[in-house]
Ligand binder design. Structure first.
Ligand code: FMN
Length: 213
């Protein structure tokens, strides 16, 4: 009886070890697998992103805004100054005002968008990067993160350039009553896509060089 009991315990131990080794690899293997898996999802999302300029009436939720803005704020920035700030616009009258303005001739889709996010630079936060111009790269990185997050949520969005066309950024600053230290950098109208835009294939191996030109 005692032998049978110990045999049973041994069999149980062996089978649970086998199950464990089938479901989990070594920590290093798991880490690599996780990275590859994650990498694929991220790369897929980057390659799927496209400018979307036609939207349905469906609203964007607070949770979606939160996800997009967290992604935007995760961008790298020179000296980690994070000189950006963001303005959510979902007021129809404001969207239409910007969408019909002659000063923003390439932003007409804003009038029909569910919302827009204005990526801005806070000159006080930019510090010396305000003069050197590095803030432009910081805000560009944030804008791209925002666009990628929108794509991942099934939303459509498009980068509309404001800065360095001062007429455009000054106009948005006035419409939204922004303080002096805030420079509107990019206008990003967004919503659920009304059409079936496809990403453009821009890959060109001819422009890749190695160890020099
Ligand atoms: C700095 C910048 C400014 C842009 N400004 C506008 C704009 O004012 N209006 C617009 O419809 N698209 C604008 N775009 C979007 C480009 O037209 C678009 O990214 C380009 O045609 C490539 O298409 P894709 O985004 O679908 O890959 C801008 C993009 C960038 C990066």
């Amino acid at each position: 009886m005692k032998t049978l009991k110990s045999l049973l315990i041994t069999a149980l131990l062996i089978s649970s070890c086998m199950f464990y080794s089938c479901t989990t690899g070594t920590p290093k293997e798991n880490e690599t697998e996780k990275k590859e898996e994650k990498g694929n999802v991220v790369i897929e999302n980057i390659l799927s992103r496209k400018s979307v300029r036609n939207y349905t009436d469906q609203k964007i939720t607070e949770e979606q805004f939160d996800i997009m803005l967290r992604a935007a704020m995760a961008a790298p920035s020179a000296q980690n100054r994070q000189p950006w700030c963001f303005i959510i616009v979902d007021d129809r009258a404001l969207l239409e005002t910007m969408g019909t303005s002659e000063i923003l001739p390439y932003s007409k889709m804003t009038g029909k968008a569910a919302a827009a996010i204005i990526v801005c630079c806070d000159k006080e936060k930019a510090g010396t990067n305000g003069e050197s111009g590095f803030w432009v790269q910081d805000c560009s990185a944030a804008t791209q993160n925002l666009l990628l997050a929108a794509e991942s949520l099934g939303l459509g969005a498009v980068w509309n350039g404001l800065f360095p066309v001062t007429e455009r950024s000054d106009y948005v600053k006035e419409v939204l009553s922004l303080p002096d230290n805030i420079i509107p950098f990019a206008l990003v109208p967004m919503g659920y896509p009304a059409g079936e835009e496809k990403p453009k294939d821009k890959y060109n191996p001819e422009i890749i060089h190695k160890n020099g030109w």
